[in-house]
Design a protein. Structure first.
Length: 309
């Protein structure tokens, strides 16, 4: 391609191509002007600018009542011009959909949030924006990274160039088999030497176990897994009790299981804090901004009840 030709073609504007397409389909400058809502002189000026940019005429103008016709150059330009106009329309539609909230959102999550908070967030987003594209990924690394995610749920504050919104305080409770401990709150000292099943030493788990030790109890950890359902199955089987945050207990529907009992601990352990993070300085898409609003609303509705309840 000659540089001079490229420079001329780069001066072609979409409005020039739209005017050309209308003239080709209507057969006259006047009818094209009516269709586009322009004056005929405006349409003529746009075609003149197009022809200057291309370095040749795109229409034969026989004059009188005869329709204008495309020149060979005009046929080439019209073919590519229609493709460009179609792409421009698709772009405009995509921008409109993005502004309306029907774009894509990538959310990082973890087990408790996935079971309790995120279903309500996803359902409400899809109800409000049926065309949205929601992508979820669930990991519980020791040091998670925002990466390309729009939003990241995590049980703690992240370091680095991130902003956050605290969603809720999540108290730790004791889950035990029915009859393992007396009804009501359980003193931490009763856990000393007791068989326990627990999460791996990731996320907030080390902090919780250190707090138990500072409270005078060193349970015997007999099994570790990151899967809440598996932990609770082992509690039901009598392998040991578990200290779990309320959100995990609610997600597994423990309160409705008559084989299990939920106890407060005395003294209580430091609360697990649930945060929603995003990259600092990033302009939220409307969809991501709405997801944050919904997550805050859902979390507020989930205020943990007293453990005795």
């Amino acid at each position: 391609m000659e540089v001079a030709t490229f420079e001329r073609v780069s001066n072609v504007e979409l409005r020039h191509l739209a005017a050309m397409t209308a003239i080709a389909e209507e057969g006259s400058f006047g009818r094209a002007a009516t269709r586009l809502g322009y004056t005929q002189s405006t349409v003529s000026q746009q075609i003149a600018a197009l022809e200057r940019a291309l370095g040749g005429p795109v229409f034969d103008r026989p004059g009188g009542p005869k329709p204008v016709r495309l020149t060979p150059l005009g046929s080439v330009v019209l073919d590519h011009g229609r493709a460009l106009l179609a792409r421009a329309e698709a772009l405009a539609d995509a921008v409109d959909r993005f502004k309306a909230g029907d774009g894509r959102i990538d959310i990082g999550t973890f087990q408790s949030v996935s079971n309790v908070i995120l279903p309500s967030v996803v359902r409400r987003l899809r109800d409000e924006h049926p065309g949205c594209d929601i992508r979820l990924s669930e990991e519980e690394p020791e040091q998670p990274q925002i990466g390309d995610l729009d939003l990241l749920f995590y049980d703690g504050r992240l370091d680095g160039d991130v902003e956050h919104r605290k969603l809720l305080d999540d108290p730790y409770l004791l889950v035990a088999g029915a009859g393992t401990f007396p009804e009501g709150p359980v003193p931490l000292e009763l856990l000393d030497g007791a068989p326990m099943v627990a999460w791996p030493l990731i996320c907030d788990q080390p902090v919780m176990e250190q707090a138990v030790a500072l409270g005078g109890a060193r349970p015997q950890i007999v099994f570790r897994t990151a899967v809440n359902d598996t932990l609770l199955s082992m509690v039901r089987a009598g392998l040991g009790s578990a200290v779990l945050p309320w959100l995990a207990i609610r997600g597994a529907d423990v309160p409705s299981d008559d084989r299990l009992r939920i106890h407060e601990l005395r003294p209580s352990l430091p609360l697990r804090e649930i945060y929603l993070h995003w990259r600092a300085g990033r302009i939220h898409s409307p969809l991501a901004g709405r997801a944050v609003e919904i997550a805050v609303e859902v979390a507020a509705e989930l205020a943990p009840p007293p453990a005795s309840a």
